[in-house]
Design a protein around this ligand. Sequence first.
Ligand code: ZN
Length: 202
Amino acid sequence: MDTTDKLTEIFKEFPGVGVRQARRFVYFLMSRNGEYANNLIKLVSDLKKEISQCNECYRFFISNNGKICEICKDSNTDTSLLMIVEKDSDLESVRKSRVYVGKYFILGGLVPIVEKTTKSRVRIEELKTKVKKESAKIKEIILAFSLSPQGDHTDFYVRSQLKEIAEQNNIKLSSLGRGLSTGTELEYSDNDTLKNALKNRQ
Ligand SMILES: [Zn+2]
């Protein structure tokens, strides 16, 4: 494998990028000068140095050596609400929309429909531990996964895993309403759609 193949393999792992697009990225980099490449290398390396994963919600954030992100630290956050999302970009869209003021938890993926080893893929044990620990504060857990068969399956799976703890502690389990149309990714939803989905949660 030469360098172009190796780079293509790396770009192919990026979300939403196929092999042809990965190749185009490589050719694009070839056409740029050395300064462009050095700047890219520096930014990637800085990113890894500056970023931490929050101990509470598992989002990536610019840490300055902190362990808890600014959302989890914020005293204005409504601690009675916990929203479970698939990934960082979903959290960012909900946060930007300003329609939700509670806490978040990033599950780290969707649960595959036909796979037996779900536990290793998503943070379900971490989620259960968190809910147990904060059961006195949490009044509602909102499941906010994309409206796809895999999103529905994840919704079903997380509900079944949290059912007992929720019942014992009087915590309501809800899912984002059908304001989002089928196949919609949370991260691409606009403010009105998110607002409706949140209002119509059930
Ligand atoms: Zn956090």
